[in-house]
Ligand binder design. Sequence first.
Ligand code: GLN
Length: 456
Amino acid sequence: TEACLAEIEGAGALNAFVHHTPEIALEHAKAADERIAGGDAPAMCGMPLGIKDLFCTRGVPSQAASHILNGFRPEYESTVTQNLWDAGAVMLGKLNMDEFAMGSSNETSTYGNAVNPWRRGNDDAQLTPGGSSGGSAAAVAADLCLAATGTDTGGSIRQPAAFTGIVGLKPTYGRCSRWGVVAFASSLDQAGPMTKTVRDAAIMLGAMAGHDPKDSTSADLAVPDFEAAITGDIRGKKIGIPKEYRMEGMPAEIEKLWADGADMLRDAGAEIVDISLPHTKYALPAYYVIAPAEASSNLARYDGVRYGHRAKLAQGDGIVQMYEKTRAEGFGPEVQRRVMIGTYVLSAGFYDAYYNRARKVRTLIKRDFETVFADGIDAILTPATPSAAFGLGEMAEADPVQMYLNDVFTVTVNLAGLPGIAVPAGLDGQGLPLGLQLIGRPWEEGDLLNTAEVME
Ligand code: GLN
């Protein structure tokens, strides 16, 4: 813990941690020492972690990297973080992210972006750590903590993991409680571990997961021993390669990475099968209707009355002006864009044309996966991202749709509620990490982790 605190002190330029909590860290570490001395040492005992700013942590600023939550210190602890503390983990502080988890580059944060510790060849240009869990990814990759929590609504654990050469797991929807995690799109949001190794992800997921009566969508299922599922034996497993993920204009490097990953699994005794997920091309548009729709509803609570920032009012302003000014000042441009898209697609005149249509497409996407799993496929291998980490400012200046295209390989998993993991798979020509994604059957994270470990 002390070594991590010292690393964090020296790594201000990465802007990964946005609040340090050294007093809590040392208190947790001391308690962990006592548990270990007493012979009660669960696997997470004494492990120093960073926590994404989207998780409510009691008495500690929890702002979802938004100006509108300025000064908000929750009186309660999210279930996932409480589970981690109960398992003996140590809290180092809160990690940078895109505002309300909306983004793919960490550039929408009110704290300014986190920076990727990797560089392109000899080029000094700063790269994005990805988003929205960019601070988590940068912190793990730069050894500021042993692991971090992330959340994933459309790829926000897996894309930053791929951009920084670490492991990121989005569990099955319902595996981890969403209670106390600031809501973005409630039917898609899931918390998960971001770690250095697949085994660490298995151990950390075991501590995070579990049924929670406070989240009605959390599954009432026992948490299996995910670490015990890692046996190194994947003989006879059927791995699907979906042809629809072979996007037009895919860089040769990504094609090769994907083929090499398939070879690695084949060499370990798996059977590689070509499969089809025919509705893949509709996933991104469906996601960018459903996620903003849910966000516009979830974010209605930030009105200047209950939490955080309230605008200064002029003589004669009433409550409506208070709402308007607070929200105009408190939300950044990307959040405002999502709220506008969301309210538009939910409005009476357009509901059927957009929101209802997107929900139907979502069902078709889910059925595509159900069909291949019913045919005996155990896991699906795809690239995690369409490219390696890009330069800061590069995409933010382009049209927002360019940024949204980053999620092309990850959003299907959230729409279908499946588990997905990004694993480091090598370096590109300029020495930057690239990741592959494995998508698993619902509730079979153990099997997924076992396959992922073979690729490590
Ligand atoms: N990049 C996606 C978005 O901006 C995904 C974000 C996430 O998973 N939280 O919506």
